[in-house]
Ligand binder design. Structure first.
Ligand SMILES: O=C(O)C(=O)[C@@H](O)CO
Ligand code: MG
Length: 251
């Protein structure tokens, strides 16, 4: 298992570009950034290179969702916009040599939203840059009310319908615990679909070990499953991010 740091949430007290050096100093070799689109891709690339970091994941499509839309891949009225904006994400992903692109569904429900999400994912998967894997991540309804992709069974159903080798499941212990009450059982049930893992505790998305998720059991499950991918800390760290990194030694 390979630890990574989500720089959208970790080191919140530092300006964006300074978080890369902090992550490297803490021993990370890989990082995630949810929405890098406020800056030209080459600025983020420069921060990665200068600090010996690999950027493994970004979200799509732009723009930054802070205060705005939480994606729109499952929103029928936005299908044309999705197809334009996802290509901007692909350009960022290519420049930044990103491995995973989380395709955000946006708000919606029902059969039309499901079909829109499936159609958009198939379309995007078939034109995605080589080496890039698209991900689908269930986000819990307390954090994201109205968001379409809010359940692991729904994610499995969508992935079955999409049926592309470059589309997989993004598992997040915080969301899994909030959605199903047992993040470890969720991992065990859906492990064959999981291509990327994020860590946070529940119910407050706090640092691993400060809430209700059983992290020793989760790491045992990851080992049992032979999971070889990245395990990324994506949580609200508390006063000092450095004091929240005990989970990196579990992996
Ligand atoms: O909220 C999460 O969890 C994520 O991983 C994000 O990608 C959503 O922006
Ligand atoms: Mg997540």
């Amino acid at each position: 298992m390979k630890p990574a740091a989500n720089l959208t949430l970790l080191w919140p007290e530092l300006p964006y570009l300074d978080r890369f050096a902090a992550a490297a100093k803490a021993g990370f070799t890989a990082v995630e950034v949810l929405f890098p689109y406020d800056l030209a891709a080459k600025e983020t690339l420069r921060a990665c290179v200068a600090n010996g970091l690999q950027l493994i994941l970004i979200n799509a499509p732009p723009p930054n969702y802070t205060g705005g839309a939480q994606g729109f891949a499952a929103v029928p009225e936005q299908a044309a916009r999705f197809r334009v904006d996802i290509q901007r994400s692909f350009r960022y992903a290519t420049t930044l040599k990103v491995r995973y692109l989380h395709v955000m569904a946006g708000n919606g429900q029902g059969a039309l939203a499901r079909q829109t999400f499936i159609d958009n994912l198939i379309w995007a998967a078939d034109i995605a840059p080589k080496g890039l894997t698209l991900t689908v991540e269930p986000l819990n309804p307390v954090a994201m009310p109205g968001y379409f992709m809010n359940d692991y069974a729904l994610a499995a159903d969508v992935l079955r319908a999409v049926n592309r080798p470059n589309v997989g499941l993004q598992y997040d212990s915080y969301h899994a615990q909030m959605i199903d009450g047992d993040a470890v059982a969720v991992f065990d049930q859906y492990k064959d679909l999981i291509v990327h893992v994020q860590l946070g505790d529940a119910p407050d998305r706090s640092a691993p070990g400060t809430g209700t998720v059983d992290f020793p059991a989760l790491f045992a499950a990851l080992r049992r499953a032979g999971y070889r991918g990245w395990v990324s800390g994506e949580y609200v760290p508390g006063p000092r991010t450095e004091d929240s990194l005990g989970w990196t030694t579990l992996s």
